[in-house]
Design a protein around this ligand. Structure first.
Ligand code: NAP
Length: 502
């Protein structure tokens, strides 16, 4: 489908940007279906059966990913045939995939999301009839819009020393603009009126702060929506205290992962939490939950999360009537008191019986009010749309990260001697982000990993290769493992101070 082209007024600048209606056009579209691991095959089979019973026109294309694929020796957990299928169909209904913890292979889930640049993860949480929780009656109906391909989930990790691990948190202006505008467009598409951005911008001013700033800039184009910033830890607190105050929360990847598990618990647990991973090319629909291996093959898993994910998929495919029929049948089934064992009241029924009960209610309606819906317009922003063109970029120093067992004063003494005669001067040594030299009066514990901040003091003799000379001099005393140039961009520091640095 050719993307529609809109002129967006963006912080006073007119930016030509295309917005793709998120609706593939084929009358009987193909969907790649991945059963997944653990309870995956049971809950996906239930969703597929019900999508068909609700009258959706879909051709299913089965594909594999996850545990068996890892075991077969494919390190990504995603075989080439699956990638080809998704490239063809552009829509996926997926069961949960098992991920080894703390070692070995990457998550096949994250790989799929990232390979197809599904940058937006939409996770609704709505109070459901017949699913009692401590919040019942308060009308929770909110959506977490989670950035889905950046942040710590890039999984760029390095051992800095044998005892210190590092994970890079990469946040881009492109990613922030895309997710901000997706959240704002999503609110409009569902007739919602409020969007909050949840970040840790008070601590991580450059990374989390970038989302806060880009969201504020994007929100100017949505005067019909009430928008505000909330610090993410307070967002967690507010969600437990008064969840009904939120309609849409947009946030970074890691924050969104945690907040959306929390919001699923508010409405009955992971068995009721659907999600959509949306990009401009591919959309992947899956439950928020994992493979719950202890319940695999026992006919006890709750299929609602995958079924409601399939409802979102039908809407994405433009099959609004089938989506509505299926959603209403689920609501009616729950309202009639039928549920699986994760709802801890009354007599539970098994996965298959619950699916039968929903199928029998297709054509019936629940009593929850229907939400007005129109196709979601996904922002189609490219790297060139957001590339900054600063007037000046000035190098003012370099941070060199070293491995050392000396105390900070000794490190400072040795490095100061080592750089004498160069354009650099040692300005600060920090341990895990806190100044340990010059002394602060504090009592910070040191490990074997230090950041040494060198400032360029003599720009007349400074040249690009001087960093190599600096590293060579440091390398004769300590092992260095990581270097960051310090720049001012348009006069503003492109780095943060250490805690305690004046
Ligand atoms: P999990 O599979 O989501 O299970 C956690 C708990 O949630 C279960 O023990 C169960 O709680 C409840 N639960 C989840 N889904 C349920 C359902 N459909 N019906 C009833 N109860 C349900 O999380 P995990 O144990 O942390 O992860 C297991 C594996 O899944 C890991 O390999 C993980 O990496 C993977 N995972 C995959 C995805 C994905 O594919 N998108 C997402 C998350 C995790 P009770 O014990 O209270 O009954």
């Amino acid at each position: 489908m050719t993307p529609a082209c809109y002129v967006i007024y963006f912080s006073g600048i007119v930016l030509l940007m295309s917005i793709s209606p998120c609706v593939p056009s084929a009358e009987r579209p193909s969907v790649t279906v991945i059963d997944g691991d653990g309870i995956g095959p049971e809950v996906v089979a239930s969703a597929v059966r019900l999508v068909e019973a609700a009258g959706a026109q879909i051709t299913w294309e089965p594909a594999e990913a996850g545990a068996e694929v890892f075991r077969a020796g494919v390190p990504s957990g995603v075989p080439g045939e699956t990638i080809e299928s998704i490239t063809r169909t552009r829509t996926v209904l997926k069961g949960p995939l098992e991920t080894p913890v703390g070692f070995g292979e990457k998550s096949a889930n994250v790989t799929l999301r990232k390979l197809f640049e599904t940058f937006a993860n939409i996770r609704p949480a709505r109070e459901l009839p017949g699913v009692p929780t401590p919040y019942s009656g308060r009308g929770i109906d909110l959506v977490i819009v989670r950035e889905n391909v950046e942040d710590l989930y890039a999984g760029i990790e390095h051992m800095q020393t044998p005892d210190v691990a590092q994970c890079l948190k990469l946040i881009s202006r492109l990613g922030c603009q895309r997710i901000s505008r997706t959240a704002l467009e999503f609110a409009r598409s569902e007739g919602r009126t409020k969007v909050a951005v949840a970040t840790k911008a008070n601590i991580m001013k450059l990374t989390e702060g970038m989302l806060a700033r880009e969201f504020a800039a994007a929100a100017v184009d949505y005067p019909d929506l009430e928008t505000w910033h909330v610090i993410v830890d307070n967002a967690a607190h507010q969600l437990v205290k008064a969840p009904e105050q939120f309609e849409v929360i947009v946030t970074t990847n890691m924050n969104g992962d945690i907040l959306s598990d929390l919001t699923s618990a508010l409405v009955g647990g992971l068995g009721f939490a659907p999600s959509a991973n949306l990009g401009t090319e591919v959309a992947i629909f899956e439950a928020v939950h994992g493979s719950a291996p202890k319940y695999a093959g026992q006919d006890v898993a709750n299929p609602t999360a995958v079924i409601l994910s399939a409802v979102m998929m039908c809407r994405h495919l433009g099959q609004f009537e089938a989506a509505d029929r299926l959603e209403q049948a689920v609501l009616r089934t729950l309202e009639d008191g039928l549920h699986t064992r994760d709802v801890r009241v009354g007599d539970p029924i098994g996965t298959r019986a619950f699916t039968d009960a929903i199928e029998a209610r297709i054509g019936l309606a629940g009593t929850l009010p229907r939400r007005p819906r129109r196709p979601l317009l996904l922002p189609h922003i490219t790297r060139t749309d957001v590339r900054s063109d600063p007037g000046s970029r000035t190098k003012i120093g370099v941070d060199v990260f070293i491995e050392a067992t000396d105390d900070p004063a000794r490190i400072a003494e040795r490095l100061t001697d080592a750089v004498t005669g160069t354009p650099y001067q040692l300005a600060m040594v920090s341990s895990r982000g806190t100044v340990v030299w010059p002394g602060t009066g504090g009592s910070t514990d040191c490990i074997d990993h230090f950041r040494c901040r060198f400032r360029i003091v003599d720009t007349t003799v400074w040249h690009g290769e001087s960093v190599l000379d600096l590293l060579a001099r440091i390398g004769r005393i300590y092992r260095w493992m990581h270097v960051e140039k310090l720049e001012e961009i348009d006069g503003a520091a492109g780095f943060t101070r250490a805690q305690g640095e004046n």
